[in-house]
Design a protein around this ligand. Structure first.
Ligand code: CMP
Length: 140
């Protein structure tokens, strides 16, 4: 089925001028970018977005990092978008990511791993709602 998934181009990738590189990979893979903006998350945005990780040892550093600079938030649409994006992203830790994936090719570390993609359709709906109004999503 045609699905929408939520994507973040993280601070490390924005800082290294990789927005275009990542968008080109997304479009080449068949995703339509149906919503997109450059923003900087507030502390409360990040704590809410990463709520499921609250209490984990990396939660504090994750919030610090994700609020440290501008990011690109986007909604990607494609057939089977959730799984398809996870596949081209590669494993969370770039050391474990398959050759040719975004994280293998571009990421710096487990934290500075360049991009985020929703892990399920229900996460995608929740995550999209954290940053976009329905009127900002251009899907036919
Ligand atoms: P992502 O899956 O996009 O969202 C949660 C992020 O937490 C994850 O990417 C990693 O960048 C980051 N992170 C840092 N340390 C860990 C860890 N030990 N396990 C999982 N995620 C981690």
């Amino acid at each position: 089925a045609i699905e929408q998934t939520f994507s973040i181009i993280k601070p490390d990738a924005v800082a290294r001028n990789l927005i275009g590189t990542i968008n080109a990979r997304l479009e080449a893979a068949g995703f339509q970018i149906v919503a997109m903006k450059l923003i900087q998350m507030s502390r409360s945005d990040a704590e809410n977005f990463y709520g499921e990780h609250q209490g984990k040892p990396f939660f504090g550093p994750l919030v610090e990092y994700m609020t440290s600079g501008p990011i690109v938030v986007q909604v990607l649409q494609a057939e089977n978008a959730v799984l398809k994006y996870r596949e081209i992203l590669g494993a969370t830790n770039p050391e474990n990511a398959a050759a040719g994936t975004i994280r293998h090719d571009l990421a710096e570390s487990m934290s500075r791993n360049s991009a985020h993609g929703s892990d399920s359709l229900s996460s995608a709906a929740r995550e999209i709602g954290c940053f976009f109004e329905q009127s900002e999503i251009f899907s036919k």
